[in-house]
Each structure stands twice: as structure tokens, then as C-alpha cells.
Design a binder for this molecule. Structure first.
Ligand code: RAT
Ligand code: ZN
Length: 420
């Protein structure tokens, strides 16, 4: 149907963005068969590392050690009191908890944490997964799968049953960022590697990657890289990228995802909450994607300052697909700015968002909040076309939105969307 008025346009775009099922291309969620790796419930929500960092800002009296010695429930009590009762919870990560409790139909007027806990005790993991995926309207979740994690490895090796809603991504941070300590872990897994990359080490790293690709069937290989990531460079990291990751990605026909710009452990006392960010050299991205035009790269960068040049680099390299507003960028003001800029430079050839959820319930807020902004930006973009006299068809708008929320990803992979 042809759109006749601006009001009709706004209503149609908003509703279509709200109701189109999502492929969430990067999360830290797990299927139920991964046991303890699947996190859900109000105590997990409250002890999300984003909220731990925020809590310490209001509690100069609280020692790091004292906090880490508390049980999860005691940590959650303290975070709830500090961030939700002693102050109003309007930071994005706090607001997220409010959105989740609200979407679950829990009584926010009482602010009674024990009542919320009682609800979570009353549901099973498997029913809860169904409920959250349905409420969040997420059809497929891409996990972050770590072959260096002994517990997770056990799950893969024991052939944990597969849930088609949760697909794998092979995460290889230790290989590229911590070779000095990870080479011995490869050796323990039966690969003949040595610290100085001599002998058959590079071939053995390739064998390791291929074995895990065969086992996990990952949609891509992924790494987070520091803000001083350089390419090319005389380093172990770059040798492994050039001689192992790139040829294996090419042969397996899967992309290499680079998440660039993290400064790990700037405050180690905060543990997972102690990472930060820094501006990176876009030249490194430019050089690697143009050198390997037959390999696909998914790239997201953490610093706001890198966003514009990353979008321009994607204009020049069709084997580069930009994705998501990552981590410290996953805030309404920045999502709006970045999404607007990307659509203006790249049209719909981009993945505007991923959730990065660590806790299942977060799918509700991360996607609710992002959908509202993507919808708002799209209303403006289609509105401009409408004003310029372009005929707008509902079917075409629906097609575009389905692409932004998953189709672009599947087409880039060259695979059919399994949930379509
Ligand atoms: O967003 C986060 O939760 C970070 O801690 C990281 O997990 C980051 O997203 C990553 O994948 O390294
Ligand atoms: Zn992540």
C-alpha cells in the first residue's frame, strides 16, 4: 500500500520496527544446554558489570575487596539500594533494569526486590527463554563461544543439545591478545605449538581453528582488539591474523569480526567492570580489509571518534560490514547520532545494532530502547523522501526494516536466515 500522509508513515515505520523479529548478531547469551553459562533473573540483572562500575561512583566508603566478598544476592541488594533507592535510576544501564521489570509485569510501585526474586524462583529456565525471546521479539541470538574456557569446552565436547535459536560465534581473544599464556592451553588440547611460533605452530593454530569451526559451526570468528591495534605490524598477533585467521576464514567462508578499541583492565579492582576504551587508527582497518578483498570483515569500533571514518571506510570496501553501537556507545544519544550518520552514508547496508546482552532478560530493554531510536531515525529518513516527492510503499519499507534487523547480516554471510 502507498503511504498517503506523514502520520501514516510515522505509525507504519514505528510499528514495523517494533514488531519485526531480530537476529541479534553479538551477545554473551547461551542456550540452556550450556548450563551455568546462561545467566538470567533479577540478581544477575543487578550485578551486570555496567551497574557495578556505577555503584562504586556513589560509594567512596566501599572497598573493592569488601564488595567482591559479598554473595551475588548481597551485591545485588547493595546495588539496588545505591542506584535505585538512594538515587534515581536514569543511567541507561539502570533504566534497562526498570524496563525489564516493567515488561515482565512486575509491580514497580512497590520497589520490592524480594517480590521480584520470588517471581524468578517460580519460573523454569526453558519457559523463561521462550518468554523473553517472544516478548523481545528476537528470533535468533548469536552467542560468544570461547574454546579456551574449560567449562564451555566440556559442553561442546559432550555434544550439548542444539537449540536452533542460539547460534555460535568462535571467539579467539586469547589467541590474538594473550599468546604468551594461551599457547600452553593449545598444547594441553593436543596442538603442537610453541611460544615463538616456530616449527609447525602456525599450521597447528589453523588446525585448532578448523577443529572448532567443525565442532561449533560458527557464523563468524571474532576478536576484541585494543585501541592501539596496528596493521600491518611485526607482532605475534598480526602473524596469526595473516597466516591463520585470514586463510581459515577464507576457506571456511565465514567472516572475521573485529571489535576494536578496548583498553582492558584500566582499573583491575573492578574486574569485568574495569575495562575502558580509546580511539583507534582507522588506517589499520583500511589496510587489512583492502588487502584481503576476498575475505569478509564485520567491524565495530568502541570510540565515538572512530564512527564516521569507519562508515566512510565501509563505503570503499564492500567486504566490510559495520555493525552495532558497542558497549559504551549503547546509549540513546549516541545510538541516535551514529545510526543517523550511518544511514546517511551507507543507506541500509549496515547492521545498526546488536545487544551485547550478558543476561537473557536484557534482551527486553536493549532491543526496546534501540528499536525506538532506529524507528525515530527511519521516520525522519523516509519523511525526507516523502517531502522530496518519492512514492513510499509499505511493502518496501517492511523489506528495508527486515534487512536492517537481520537480513543484511544473513546476506553478507551468504546464508539463508534459518528462522525466516
Ligand atoms: O559489553 C560488554 O559486556 C563487554 O564487557 C564485552 O563483553 C564486550 O562486549 C566484548 O564482547 O568484549
Ligand atoms: Zn560483547
Amino acid at each position: 500500500m502507498t503511504i498517503a500522509t506523514k502520520e501514516q508513515l510515522t505509525a507504519f515505520v514505528t510499528e514495523t520496527v517494533r514488531t519485526t523479529p531480530v537476529t541479534d548478531i553479538h551477545t554473551h547469551l547461551f542456550a540452556e544446554s550450556f548450563g551455568d553459562l546462561l545467566l538470567w533473573g533479577v540478581d544477575e540483572l543487578l550485578t551486570y558489570h555496567y551497574l557495578i562500575a556505577e555503584t562504586f561512583r556513589f560509594r567512596p566508603d566501599l572497598s573493592y575487596d569488601a564488595f567482591w566478598q559479598l554473595s551475588k544476592q548481597e551485591q545485588a541488594d547493595l546495588i539496588w539500594q545505591t542506584l535505585f533507592i538512594d538515587h534515581s535510576p536514569y543511567s541507561e544501564a539502570c533504566r534497562g533494569v526498570v524496563t525489564v521489570l516493567n515488561r515482565l509485569g512486575l509491580d514497580l510501585s512497590k520497589r520490592d526486590l524480594e517480590e521480584y526474586r520470588a517471581y524468578f524462583r517460580s519460573v523454569s529456565a526453558s519457559d523463561y527463554i521462550d518468554r523473553i525471546l517472544k516478548l523481545a521479539n528476537v528470533k535468533t541470538v548469536v552467542m560468544t563461544n570461547d574454546p579456551f574456557d574449560a567449562y564451555e569446552r566440556g559442553k561442546w565436547e559432550s555434544g550439548a543439545s542444539q537449540d536452533p535459536r542460539f547460534l555460535a560465534a568462535l571467539r579467539i581473544d586469547p589467541l590474538l591478545n594473550l599468546w604468551d599464556s594461551s599457547w600452553s592451553k593449545l598444547k594441553e588440547q593436543g596442538y603442537e605449538v610453541s611460544a615463538d611460533l616456530s616449527g609447525g605452530t602456525l599450521a597447528e593454530i589453523r588446525r585448532f581453528l578448523k577443529d572448532w569451526i567443525a565442532r561449533m559451526n560458527p557464523l563468524y570468528m571474532a576478536v576484541s582488539l585494543p585501541n592501539d591495534f596496528a596493521y600491518p605490524e611485526d607482532s605475534v598477533r598480526v602473524r596469526i591474523i595473516d597466516e591463520c585467521i585470514v586463510p581459515v576464514a577464507r576457506e571456511a567462508g565465514i567472516p572475521f569480526a573485529m571489535m576494536i578499541g578496548v583498553k582492558r583492565k584500566v582499573n583491575p579492582s573492578l574486574k569485568d567492570a574495569g575495562d575502558s576504551l580509546g580511539k583507534s587508527d582507522i588506517g589499520a582497518v583500511e589496510r587489512i580489509v583492502s588487502k584481503y578483498q576476498d575475505v569478509k570483515f564485520l567491524v565495530t569500533m568502541l570510540s565515538r571518534e572512530n564512527q564516521h571514518e569507519l562508515a566512510v571506510t565501509a563505503r570503499k570496501n564492500r567486504n566490510l560490514l559495520v555493525f552495532g553501537c558497542w558497549w559504551f556507545l549503547n546509549n540513546p544519544s549516541l545510538i541516535e547520532e551514529i545510526t543517523r550518520m550511518r544511514l546517511e552514508l551507507l543507506g541500509g547496508s549496515v547492521i545498526p545494532q546488536h545487544s551485547d546482552c550478558r543476561i537473557l532478560d536484557q534482551l527486553l530493554y536493549k532491543w526496546d530502547h534501540s528499536r525506538a531510536i532506529i524507528g525515530k531515525v527511519l521516520c525522519d529518513k523516509y519523511g525526507d523522501l516523502f517531502d522530496a516527492g518519492w512514492r513510499l510503499e509499505e511493502e518496501e519499507i517492511r523489506r528495508d526494516i527486515e534487512d536492517l534487523l537481520g537480513g543484511v547480516f544473513w546476506k553478507f554471510l551468504g546464508k539463508p536466515d534459518p528462522a525466516a
